[in-house]
Design a protein around this ligand. Sequence first.
Ligand code: DMJ
Length: 596
Amino acid sequence: MYGDRKGSKVMKINFVSSLHRSMSSWHLLTILLLLLSLQLRLALGSFTLFGPAKKAELRDQVRQMFYHAYDNYMQYAFPHDELKPLTKTFTDSLGELGNLKLERLSEQYNGSALTLVESLSSLHVLGNSSEFEKGVLWLGENLTFDVDVRVSLFECNIRLLGGLISAHLLATDLSKKSFREPYKDQLLILANDLGQRFLRAFDTPTGLPYAWINLKHGVMENETTETSTSGCGSLILEMGALSRLTGKPEYEESALRALRKLWSMRSSLDLMGTTLDVTTGEWIEHSSGIGAGVDSFYEYLIKAHILFGRDEYWDMFSSAYTAVQKYFRHGPWYHEADMRTGKATHWQLTSLQAFWPGLQILVGDVLAANSTHREFFSVWERYGVLPERYLLDRDMLHPTEKYYPLRPELAESTLFLYQATRDPWYLEVGEAIINSLNVYTRVNGGFASVRDVTTMKLEDHQHSFFLAETCKYLYLLFDDTFLVNGNYVFSTEGHPLPVTHSWHEWIPSIYMESEAFEYKRGGKHVFKSAMSSKLCPVVKVSPVQGKFWVESACHVLDKRSNHKCQSDKECGVDATTCRQRTCSIAGYCGLWLVKF
Ligand code: DMJ
C-alpha cells in the first residue's frame, strides 16, 4: 500500500518497449499476459511472492546469520567483548566505544563478555532457551563490573545495562517454563551493581551526567565535562526500568532529573544542540539534526512515554518532534540546523538517521516514514550497504566516512514499517538487506564491517549491535511470533522491554486497540502498544469538493476512553506537510489537503 514501486514501473515500461522492437505481436501478447499475471501476483504479494514458505526461508537465513556471528564470537572471542572476524581473535572494546581518539584506555581490562550480554535477548527471540540459560548462568557466576576501565556512560547503559535488564525480564518469564535451574535474579543483581556505578556520573552541579566514568574508580580526575544530547538524554528507559525492578528510585530520579535539565536547555524554537558542558549546562555545539549525538534522545522521549505512561514524556516528545519536522526536514531528507535560528547548517545523510522512519511509526506518521525510508533504501541499493555519511549538497560521499559497520537502523525502520502496513514491499527490502550482508560482509569467522563502501574492503570488527539489533530486527521482519506473544518497546540497542500495566501511571488509550486487547499474562495486565501497530496509523481519506480530509487517530493522547480530540493543539503537526492538524467537530484529528 505504501511502498513506492515507481522505479520498477519505469523499468517495466522500458522493458516492454524494447521487446516490442524485436518480437512478433503474438509473442508480445503472450509476454503481456505473463506480465499481467505477475502484476496480479504482486497485488496478492503476501500470498504469493512472500507466502509463508518464502518468509520461513528468509527467517531461517537470518537465524543462520545470527548463529554464524554468535558461534564464531563464542569460539574465538568470548568472554572478551567483541569478535575480530577476519583474524578470528577478539577485542576488549568496551572502553573504546564512543572514544574516537582512543584516550585513556586501560591496560588491565580483559572484557565483559559484551557480545554475550548483547546476544541474550536475541537468543530468546530466536527461541533458544537453553543457550539463553547457559549465558545467564555464566554471567551470574563470572561477570564483574569491579574493573578498571573508563567507559562511555551512554554505550555502557544501552549495551550492558539494557542487555542485562531486558534479559532479566525475559529470564523471569522463561525460567518458569523452560529453565533447568531456577533463575535467581543473577542478571538483576549485576544490573543493580552497574547502576550503582553509574550514579557517580550524575554528581554534577546541573545533574547532567559526565559522559565518561571508570567502572571501578568513578569519575576520573580531569575528566572532560563535554557530553552529547543523546549521551545524557537516553538513559531513562534502562535507569527507569532498573528502579521499577529494584524498588530503588535513585536510578530513575537521576535519569529524569538529567532529562528535565536537558529539556530546559532547548531553544525558543524547541530545538536542541548536539554537545554541552555538564558543569555549566551551556551548549557547546549549537547545530544538531536527528543523527549522531542526538538520535536516541528523541527515541527515548516517545519510548519512555510508552513504557511509563507519563504525560511529561509525551509533552516533551511532541514539541521536540514538531520542531524537528519543521526545521530539519527537507522533503524526505533531514538536514542539520542551528538550534537558535533554525537555519540549515549541514546537508548530510548519515546512516544513523535511518532509524527515524521507525520512530515515526510509533506516532503514526506512516506516509512521512515511508518516503524517508524509501530514500534510505535507494542509497542502500546504490552502494550495496549504507555509507556512514553522504554530503547531500555536494552529492558525494563524505571523504573519510565511507564505512558501514553492520548498522541496524535501516532494518529497524523496515520492520516497523512492515508491522504498520503489512506491505510485502518491506519484505523485499529485508531480503535485499540480508543478501547484501551475506554477499559483502560474511566471512569465514563471522560478519565483518565494511571499511569503504566504494571498494567493499572489510574491517576486522564484528560490532555487538549486529547481534543485538541487526539480526534481531531482520528476524522479526520474517517471524514476529515474539511480538504477537507480548508487547514490547525496544531500547535503542534493540533490547525488548515489556509494556506492562504495573509500570504505567496511566495507560495512554492510543496504545490500546480496544478493551479486548487488554489481557492477562502471568497475572499481569498487558496492553497492545503502538509497537503492535494495530491501532496506529488509522488514515482515512475522504474526498469533499476537490479537497481531501485526511484523518488520523494518532497524535491524540488523552485519558478519555474515546480518545477524540478537543483542540487543534492535541492533534500535532502532520509530518509530511508540516502543517498543524486540526480537530474536527466530531473529534477527529485531520488535515485538509487540496488535490493538485
Ligand atoms: C547502536 O549502538 C544504537 O542503536 C545506538 O543508539 C546508535 N547506533 C548503534 C548502531 O548503529
